[in-house]
Each structure stands twice: as C-alpha cells, then as structure tokens.
Write a protein that binds this ligand. Sequence first.
Ligand code: GLN
Length: 454
Amino acid sequence: AHLDRIAETDGKVHAFLHVDTEGALAQARRVDEAVKAGEQVSPLAGVPLALKDVMTTEGVPTTVGSKILEGWIPPYDATVTRRLKEAGVVILGKTNMDEFAMGSSTENSAYGPTHNPWDLDRIPGGSGGGSSAALAALQAPLAIGTDTGGSIRQPGAVTGTVGVKPTYGGVSRYGLVAFSSSLDQAGPCARTVLDAALLHEVIAGYDHMDSTSINAPVPPVVAAAREGLSGDLSGLRIGVVTQFTGEGYQQGVLRSFEAAVSQLKELGAEIADVSCPSFDYALPAYYLIAPSECSSNLARFDAMRYGLRVGDDGTRSTEEVMSLTREAGFGAEVKRRIMIGTYALSSGYYDAYYGSAQKVRTLITQDFAKAFEKFDVLISPTTPTTAFKIGERANDPMAMYKADLCTIPANLAGTPAMSVPSGLSDEDGMPVGLQIMAPALQDHRMYRVAAAYE
Ligand code: GLN
C-alpha cells in the first residue's frame, strides 16, 4: 500500500530519490515468514520507513543529494540502516535532501526540490525535507533524518510531523555521510510521538564503530511517551527561552506558541521565562563551525575514491581531474561552505573565527546548564516562520540560515531537542512546530512532554 501511495503521489511531492521496491518487498516477505513460523519479531517489524539519502545502504544508491556521489553504490550499511533491518523495518527507499545536508528547504538537492504536501508551492524544510514530506504525504509512517543544525526538527515543524534530534552520541554516526562531525546526529521522524519513540529505541545505543558514541543505556523514551499520553504534567518545570521571539518571528507562529504554553499549563506544568543570552550568537558560531568541519570532511571527495570523475582522459594531472570533478560535482551552497570553512580555519584567521566560535559554543552549553538547574525542559517555537514559498529564499543565504535560529543551540551543546506539531498558523494555515529541549541523556523528558501535548 505504501509503495502504491508513493507511485501515486511522488510525481508531485518528490520525497524520494530512489524507491527500493524489490528490497522492501523482500524484507516484508521475510517478516511475514518469521511471523508465520511463530518467531518473536521486534515491535516495528514489517513497518515501512523512508530513509534519508545520507545513510549508506549496502547495494542501494546513496547520493547525499549530490552529483558527486551519483552512481555510487555503498558496499556497507550504516549502523542505523543495519539496526533497522535487524528490527524487521521495511526500508521503502532513500529520501531527497539538501546536498550534503546543507540547507533548510531541500532546494539545494542536485536532483530537484521536494514539495510540501500541505501546499506544493512551499518548501518541506531542510535538509531532510524528503523524509518529512514522505510522512506528511502518507507515503511512510516512519522516517529517518539527520540534524546538524535543525534538519530533523525544522522539516518536522513545517510539515506538521514529529522530529527528534537525540543527545549527540546517542545514535551512531557510522555510515552517516559526514557534514559537520561534532554536530551531526541521526534521529527518528514520525507522525506521532509514540511512533518516534519506538523508532528511537531501535536506532539508538552504543556502537564501537563511532568514536563519539555514548556508552550508556538508551534513555527510556517509549516508557516516557506512554507516560506522557496520560496527559498529566503536574510538577514539571518548563522554561520558555526568551531569546526566541521578536523580530523575524511570524505573529501566527508566536500565537500558536502562546496557545501551547497555555495548554501545557492546563496539563499541570509550571512555566516561567528563562534567559539564555549567548543563544543570540548561536547562528554565527554555527555558520563558522559547520563550514569549517565540512571543508575538512568533504576533502575525501577527490575524484579518486567515490562516484563522479570528470576529465580523466589520460591527458590531465590528478589535480586537474580533482578540480574538474569538484567543480562539476558540488553545488553552489556546498562550495560556499567549503570556502568559508577553509578561510575560517586558515592560519592568521583561525583564532578570530573558528576559535571565537568554539568559545561561543562553550557559553551556549553553560547557558543550557544554568537553565536546566531551574527547569526540567525548555521550550520555544521550532522555527520563526511557517514553510516559505519555493524560490523565496533560494538566492539569499542569510534568509535561509535564519530558518535555524531556534534549533541550532541544541546542536552546539549536544543536547536533545524535538519538534512536535503545534496546530496550524492562523495567518497562512500552515503547520507550526513546538520545540522541546532537554539536558543530555534526558531525551525521555521531552518525549513525555511531547506526548502529553500532542
Ligand atoms: N539548515 C542548516 C544548514 O544548512 C542545518 C542543516 C542540518 O541540520 N543538516 O546547515
């Protein structure tokens, strides 16, 4: 049924870059047989899922939305992919994304934009717009995203779906094509909080293949989501981050947020304002740190190791082939980031740019720590605006970057954060998201609040 739904709707939505019909049906048959044989199967066995094309899949193309990996077939599964398969999850295919996960609209994909199922003229968010659009278009009940600066939560918010960035290190990065390694984190996307929690427990947990994987028990997110469904938040202390309002925020988004605050109060939560002054510098710090790490990570696309190779006709030097390949294979945003990152890391500028950004990162972590002394979770709108029109910000990188104002602090601090649907804006009728943030390894706290609110 989901493959049929994709066939019917994806001509308009373009959530998928690759549909793996054969692989999906084979996995579904395996689960059917296991069930018939009376074997114990995992809770998500047989449930279809849309996988962001940033995760390697053995024998199935993985492009990361880039021409530079066109035609590359990975010889191995990412840990996330492997865990999904082991749980009997049916991977329907690979979803569209901004090239190398750089963007907030999925317009930076080398394979054309994804459209928001709520209004096909609008963006589905980014970089994981394909995964969220697949959920909103009822093409899949579960999806995987990755969140470096908001790429799970912002697409979740603007498509009316649930998106979770777990604690950094909570889900293995092995086989997740790197953008900014100290920020990248994979997480679950779904249409309900409990579905996200079930998926979270399948993909999370220690992995010796990732040096930043946390060797600690997976936070009990399913139990917390179930507890939240009772709708009682009495005694829970919620902080409203005062930095996330004002200029650049749509009135419809702010009114939806006010309504969410009232609803959480009715559920018994104690709510007060909290100021995190260094969050004002999160966006500039992120746009130095992320490009710096990207300029280093993307050096591996050298025309020799993977995918595309241009101009290799026996007359050119290695350097010329590398340069022609990178010129043809990378899009404008990726080139912009490589250049910014190379500049920020270069000798003489390193302290002024990269070094300062790292100091801001520490201040942000300290602001979170102080706020969590008084509050169990923090909340804000997930995004300043609802989904904008396709093309509206495509030539204005600064306007595009502002889509991540509220999401970036949690990436810089490594703390978990999620977006849960918060109704429709009374301005344009488009979905709005409520962001819930928790301390590191306390992912379950935000699931409890989200399930109660949902
Ligand atoms: N939109 C942000 C960026 O362009 C975040 C991307 C992400 O989380 N992968 O970098």
